[in-house]
Write a protein that binds this ligand. Sequence first.
Ligand code: 4AD
Ligand code: MG
Length: 465
Amino acid sequence: KVESVDSLLKSSGREGEEVRVQGWIRTRRDSKAGLSFLAVHDGSCFDPIQVVAENRLHNYQSEVQRLTTGCAVDIIGTVKPSEGKGQSIELLASEVKVVGWVEDPDTYPMSPKRHTMEHLREHAHLRVRTNVSGAVARVRNCIAQAIHRFYHENGFLYVHTPILTASDCEGAGEMFRVSTLDMENLPRTDKGAIDYSKDFFGEESYLTVSGQLNVESYCLAMSKVYTFGPTFRAENSNTTRHLAEFWMVEPEVAFADLADVADLSEQMLKYVFKAVLEERADDMAFFAQRIDKEAISRLENIVDNDFARINYSEAIEILEKCKEKFEFPVSWGIDLASEHERYLAEKHFKKPVIVMNYPKDIKAFYMRMNDDGKTVAAMDVLAPGIGEIIGGAQREERLEKLDERMDEMEVPKEHLDWYRDLRRYGTVPHAGFGLGFDRIVSYVTGMGNIRDVIPFPRTPKNIAF
Ligand code: 4AD
Ligand code: MG
């Protein structure tokens, strides 16, 4: 039976037992005494297991001494207390079978030296073999599992919303068009232009920017729901926080208002951060040592303290009064730029802050109009070091008000009659938000660039892998 390196390193009282592990060589070191130390990893935890291979092995000279980083091995050995520092046990190998060699180790792109993030990005198909990308992969998985657990424990139903859609939820015109048209023989309008209205077997179709509109429909029957899937934005932005394809977690709660989902967002983030600290202490120690020395303390602070909460108008006052020199001038009505968001979270509050009730003119059509007629019940959760990680709102549940907003913003009603139906039949106040999943992974690990926390980033010029 094959054992994972993780379960082997975590267990105790195993001395003398024979075990089998399968994995890849991280490093090989030969000692003068006629033995080699192999560090073998299998992805199950940060640390590799140290394997001691002696020259009495039949293939010691012919194979063991030719092992290089990346070679795949299948090992049988006896568990022994380790004399080396940093590990409590090691394996004394009775058999080292080489399953896959690394051709031409000198040009192997994942050689054991330190690589730049750019180099790793250029080899996105191999980079998960490195310490850093392996640690990111485990933390990313831990966060995803914790999110599902959080919603499950709180009675939410997980809904699968569609990827192909006709509607632009955010109304920002950032949709990728999806076409089934014959490119050689494109249909034309009377004026000779390409007739895209025939895209999807006769309808316009796009990749979704958000699952929200569909998840609202489930909310208004199942009460507490969430969707968690890929979303797409065709924005040509080259920043460290934007992807063209990213994952979003979108809960939606019936009979709830903005304050309810602000609470929910805070509870969820604390639950997730706690899970990471408990379950991935090994990877987090690595991030704290090599990537961002505050990686652990930042999460601990968040778990232990309340988030700040302010209205948009107060946020503007703070920004107007502060001494900071901003690139974009501040006045009531502006959409907060990244520099403003970061100032609020990093310098003013020094912790996550939930900004609520934004001017209606900078927000989406579905947000609930406040009594002042100027602001809508929107919220953004801003975190130090990254800015917006969550965007949400109470939804406009009153049909007349929704229609007014749709007209005002020229949202095509014909595509959203089904959405308006939700207000015609048994409407209730409801609210929800979207968590940028990749942004949260970047926040937790301290990895500065969102491209380094998603396995195969999709950004302008990144489609090869
Ligand atoms: O603020 P956004 O656009 O909100 C919505 O899409 C709502 N329909 C969500 C809802 O209420 N159900 O996006 C939500 C979050 C942002 O706060 C951000 O963290 C992330 O999604 N996000 C991106 N992440 C990576 N790359 C991009 N291009 C992103 N755009 C938004
Ligand atoms: Mg937003």
